[in-house]
Structures are given as structure tokens and as C-alpha cells.
Design a binder for this molecule. Structure first.
Ligand SMILES: C[S@@+](CC[C@H](N)C(=O)[O-])C[C@H]1O[C@@H](n2cnc3c(N)ncnc32)[C@H](O)[C@@H]1O
Length: 278
């Protein structure tokens, strides 16, 4: 397949508009490879024709979804960024739960935004099982969302390879997984509070419906967006969080150029971001 630069730009601008995924000019070969998979499946020969199909022949967005599923980067694993999770477990979680309990509020709402194949929300679920006093007295929901429908299917299944669980402490591996040949199946007690939903983070209307979040994990997702999209997504995150709630970004992602609304908290040498006022 031949992909002229000007056609590439039109296609990648269309993708950006609908997903926030930002591909620079040098990513032409990455995008071209994925485009050619879809074009082959549809027996379409020219990129122009494919773009026409995306724009005018795909009213329910099915083809766009197929393409997005190929363009996302879904790398993830259990207990990724362990030290940051320790700060969540030992500091932030304890603080928020104590403050809620004091007010007689026993609900806990956590959001894993860009959850990929589910390792992150299930990790959070394990941490809660381990760290919460009187776990069963809490009403817990872990909302786990992604734009990619293919990863959500795998996440719901909850079956993982040895590689995905490599950083799970041995004790938790035995306690929270069922080993079957080379696979590890997440136990139902871990799955129970997790709700997987399809959500595009640039869909402002849907984003505005998500409220009352105590902890928001959006790790290793914003790197795929440009600054304009990051600013707008994080502004919606801010509105979704409760006062006192925390947001966790990936270690290579800093809030400094995105938002000044959050208070910076230093905990165990880590910087975490907290919403302190509405
Ligand atoms: C690299 S994974 C990160 C997974 C996990 N948060 C972690 O840190 O291990 C990035 C995920 O963000 C999702 N993503 C990218 N753009 C998105 C968008 N506009 N809306 C929702 N999810 C998106 C991708 O589908 C992918 O599964």
C-alpha cells in the first residue's frame, strides 16, 4: 500500500479528532502498518477510499473502533510502578478512608482510566482487600474504562500470562489467582468490585457523568495525547474527583504543564496530586 504524506495527515487528524491519540509525522510507518491490516480486511486499495469510508460509510463507528483497537498501546502488568502503589496503599488510602469513616461515609469509588487489559484495576482491588480494615463494611466500586473494546474483553475474562503477574508478590499470587497450566485466573473476590466500561476520555459528555471519585488512576495514558487534549481530559478528571481525592499519573507524566488546580503532596519521597477544593 502506498501512503502519501498528505493522506497520512488527513487520516491521523481524523483519528486525533475522534480518540485524542496523537501521531506525529514520524509515526507514519506505525500507522500505515495498522491501516493496511484494516484495508486488507475490507479489500480497500487506496488510503483515500479508506478515509472516505471512515468519514461517510461508517455511521455507527464500527470501522473506526476496529482501527482504534489496532492503534492503541496496551502495555501493562500487575503492580506496575510498585512504589507509587505503596504510597497509595499506606498513605493516601488510609487518610481518605479515615476521613470518610469519620463522616459516616463508607463508600469508596476508584477509577482506572485507560485500564487496558485489567491488570491495573485488579491490582487496586487486591490492595484494597489487603489494606482495608473491615473490608466488607465498605461499599466499593472500581470503575475501569478504556477506549479499546478488544482489551476490555480480555480484562473481563481476567486470565493472564506469567509475564503479566511477574511483579505480583508470591503470597498474593497464591491468595488471589488460580493457576491453570501457564495461566493465572483472577479470583472472583478480586473481580467483584471492578466494573469494566467502554469510555473515550475525550468524550466530554460521558466524562461529565462520572462523579464522586476518591482515587483516580490515569497512568501511562496521557503520553499518547497532545497538550491540548491532556489539559481538557485532566480538567474533566478534576470535576470527577471528590474534594480530598487523589489522582495518580504514570511516572513519566507530570502535572506541571497540564493543571495547577491540584495540590502537590509529598509522601515517602513521591509527589501525589490531591483535589483540595471544588
Ligand atoms: C499503556 S496502557 C496503560 C494501562 C495502565 N493504565 C497501566 O499504566 O499499566 C494505555 C491505555 O490507554 C487507552 N487509551 C488511549 N486513548 C484513550 C482514550 N482516548 N480514551 C480511553 N482510553 C484510551 C489505551 O487503549 C490503552 O489501553
Amino acid at each position: 500500500m502506498k501512503l502519501e504524506l498528505r493522506d497520512y495527515i488527513k487520516i491521523r487528524d481524523f483519528i486525533y479528532k475522534h480518540s485524542g491519540l496523537h501521531f506525529e509525522e514520524k509515526k507514519i510507518y506505525f500507522v500505515k502498518k495498522r491501516l493496511s491490516i484494516r484495508m486488507k480486511a475490507l479489500a480497500i486499495e487506496s488510503p483515500k477510499e479508506y478515509l472516505w469510508l471512515l468519514k461517510y460509510g461508517d455511521p455507527d463507528g464500527k470501522e473506526l473502533q476496529e482501527l482504534i483497537n489496532l492503534l492503541t498501546t496496551n502495555e501493562t502488568y500487575f503492580f506496575r510502578e510498585f512504589d507509587q502503589l505503596a504510597v497509595f496503599a499506606e498513605n493516601c488510602l488510609q487518610e481518605v478512608c479515615a476521613s470518610k469513616e469519620e463522616k459516616g461515609n463508607k463508600t469508596l469509588r476508584i477509577w482506572s482510566a485507560g485500564c487496558s487489559t485489567g491488570e491495573e484495576p485488579y491490582t487496586i482491588s487486591i490492595i484494597l482487600l489487603e489494606m482495608l480494615d473491615r473490608y466488607h463494611s465498605w461499599d466499593i466500586e472500581i470503575l475501569a474504562t478504556d477506549i479499546d473494546t478488544k482489551v476490555l474483553k480480555k480484562a473481563r475474562e481476567g486470565i493472564y500470562s506469567r509475564r503479566a503477574v511477574k511483579d505480583v508478590p508470591e503470597e498474593y499470587l497464591e491468595k488471589y489467582f488460580i493457576k491453570n497450566d501457564d495461566n493465572y485466573r483472577v479470583k472472583s473476590i478480586v473481580k467483584r468490585p471492578v466494573r469494566f466500561r467502554h469510555l473515550n476520555l475525550i468524550d466530554e459528555k460521558k466524562m461529565r457523568l462520572i462523579k464522586g471519585i476518591d482515587f483516580l488512576f490515569c497512568r501511562n495514558v496521557l503520553i499518547y495525547f497532545d497538550e491540548t487534549t491532556r489539559i481538557s481530559v485532566v480538567s474533566n478528571f478534576y470535576d470527577s474527583l471528590n474534594v480530598g481525592g487523589y489522582i495518580f499519573l504514570g511516572h513519566s507524566e507530570s502535572m506541571s504543564r497540564i493543571s495547577t488546580a491540584f495540590a502537590l503532596r509529598r509522601k515517602n519521597g513521591f509527589i501525589v496530586y490531591q483535589k483540595v477544593e471544588d
